[in-house]
Design a protein around this ligand. Structure first.
Ligand SMILES: CCCCCCCCCCCCCCCC(=O)SCCNC(=O)CCNC(=O)[C@H](O)C(C)(C)COP(=O)(O)OP(=O)(O)OC[C@H]1O[C@@H](n2cnc3c(N)ncnc32)[C@H](O)[C@@H]1OP(=O)(O)O
Length: 180
């Protein structure tokens, strides 16, 4: 029988009350703490989907859209959006709610690439992803695009000769002073 799983089966929601011990010097919740929560839910989501221990291979841009206050309830939602052979892209959305007023704000979103491992630490194949609706199809194609963009960026980094006369000349378009 084919080794499969659904997006729905990968879904996880996690909520946590923000305590004073999670705050930074300005009294807001520390961004690093939120990143750690995002890594935890990415791990849980990928492990739940694949049935394996998983490691974080990469974290895409994480924008901090709104500060989180002490006493707010932070909720993270995650699902597997894309699978390769051994990797999975987990989409994560973070919101924060003032419990007294009920007012909710979107604080972060990001995509974590997780890789499944076997007991010996070797990368291992993940289940084929069953896409059950058009939203899941859209998210899958967004994952395809992320993988392609990353490959393109890696190729460009290999091609760029930063010491070429053109590259040196081009620096005048930036806010830098060349002092070699
Ligand atoms: C025993 C039970 C205990 C339970 C206890 C629970 C504790 C619960 C605590 C929870 C807390 C959270 C826990 C989080 C888990 C960590 O925090 S893990 C720590 C941080 N991460 C690491 O240490 C990973 C270290 N790196 C590696 O292991 C390997 O380099 C990697 C990332 C798996 C890549 O494997 P590789 O063999 O070098 O490379 P390769 O075969 O080219 O790539 C394999 C796949 O990864 C993809 N990939 C590789 N690099 C990248 C990249 N940079 N970007 C995107 N994709 C990539 C490839 O495209 C490929 O995808 P597929 O085509 O197979 O789908």
């Amino acid at each position: 029988m084919e080794y499969t799983n659904t997006v729905a089966a990968s879904k996880i929601t996690m909520s946590q009350l923000m305590l004073p011990s999670h705050s930074n010097f300005s009294g807001k919740i520390h961004g690093g703490y939120l990143l750690s929560l995002m890594d935890q839910i990415a791990f849980a989501c990928a492990s739940k989907y694949s049935g394996c221990y998983c490691v974080t291979a990469s974290v895409d841009t994480v924008n901090f859209l709104n500060p989180v206050e002490i006493g707010e309830l932070v909720t993270l939602k995650a699902s597997v959006n894309y699978v390769g052979q051994t990797s999975m892209i987990v989409g994560i959305r973070v919101t924060s709610q003032n419990i007294q007023t009920g007012k909710e704000k979107h604080t972060n979103s990001s995509y974590f690439t997780m890789v499944a491992k076997d007991d010996k630490g070797n990368n291992v194949a993940v289940p084929k992803l069953i896409l059950s609706n058009l939203q899941e199809v859209r998210r899958f194609y967004e994952g395809v695009e992320r993988v392609n963009q990353k490959k393109k960026l890696q190729d460009q980094e290999k091609i760029l000769d930063y010491s070429s006369p053109q590259a040196i000349e081009n620096l005048k378009n930036y806010n830098v002073i060349l002092a070699l």
